[in-house]
Design a protein around this ligand. Structure first.
Ligand SMILES: Nc1ncnc2c1ncn2[C@@H]1O[C@H](COP(=O)(O)OP(=O)(O)O)[C@@H](O)[C@H]1O
Ligand SMILES: [Mg+2]
Length: 260
């Protein structure tokens, strides 16, 4: 046990110039003081509307963005002071189509990234085999990625993000644009991963997915955490608002981000 991810009053303000001759300074407070911690092996969900600050939060935790203030540790290492140590222990997967080589097979993509990530040659074959099994692509690995469905690509992305055996995996909207059958396979792969001990931070807009997968969920809106708890605890917040039926996580989410 122990803590895998710890955020303490994390803030990020984007400063940019806009308008004619870029003369106007604009500031966006994307994340306004977020604190939470994720246990080792926990599958933690970050839910919230577009623009809520989910990706900004993840990018501060995975060392791609420096916090404006506050602190964060991953596997005990500070994300600003110990960037290298953090990077060795994390994987990052985001939704969409970028980042894979279409003209190569799934297997050759994984071989390429295994080289890039410094996976020892003697271990590559076995590790790639295990990951293909985990993401349910065994048997399809010699086909070119250009013929893969969206769901297959996303699962290949996850395998790529796991090649160096990260302790913590950040999954930013992995199921975006994935059809329901493929999304179910993706959920299975994520659940297996967490069951095998990897800590997962997941963002998604699919409430049923979050409800099924997550041990705990933080709902974020406007750069701040609005609610944090197990799916059951969050659902209970919507009791009485939906008549006599059992409230769903979606009911709770709407009640939290759009209080009446
Ligand atoms: N590079 C950037 N420059 C300026 N503003 C940004 C940048 N990236 C994100 N933002 C703004 O920060 C806020 C949070 O964005 P983001 O973290 O991407 O939210 P989410 O992932 O929850 O949709 C939004 O208002 C967004 O427009
Ligand atoms: Mg985002």
């Amino acid at each position: 046990m122990g803590i895998a991810v710890e955020a303490e009053d994390l803030r990020r303000t984007y400063r940019s110039r806009t308008g004619w001759a870029r003369a106007r300074r604009t500031e966006v407070d994307a994340v306004r003081g977020i604190s939470f911690s994720i246990e080792r092996g926990e599958l933690f969900g970050l839910l919230g509307p577009n623009g809520a600050g989910k990706t900004t939060t993840i990018k501060m935790l995975n060392t791609l963005l420096i916090p404006t203030s506050g602190r964060a540790r991953v596997c005990g290492y500070d994300v600003v002071a110990d960037t290298r140590e953090v990077r060795r222990r994390i994987g990052y997967v985001f939704g969409g189509d970028r980042g894979l080589y279409d003209r190569l097979s799934g297997l050759d993509n994984l071989r390429y990234f295994a080289e890039l990530y410094g996976v020892p040659p003697r271990e590559q074959k076995r590790r790639i085999g295990e990951l293909l099994d985990l993401v349910r692509l065994t048997g399809r690995e010699r086909e070119r990625v250009e013929g893969y469905s969206r769901g297959m690509r996303q699962r290949l992305h996850i395998a790529r993000g796991l090649l160096h055996r990260p302790e913590v995996l950040f999954l930013d909207e992995p199921s975006i644009g994935v059809d329901p059958v493929a999304a179910r396979e993706l959920r299975g792969a994520v659940a297996d991963l967490a069951a095998a001990g990897t800590t997962v931070l997941l963002t998604t807009h699919y409430m049923a997915e979050a409800d099924e997968l997550c041990d705990r969920i933080a709902v974020i809106a406007d750069g701040a955490i609005q609610a944090l708890g197990t799916p059951a605890e969050l659902r209970a917040r919507a009791a009485g608002r939906v008549g006599t039926r059992e409230p769903t996580l979606e009911d709770a989410y709407v009640a939290i981000v759009q209080p009446s």
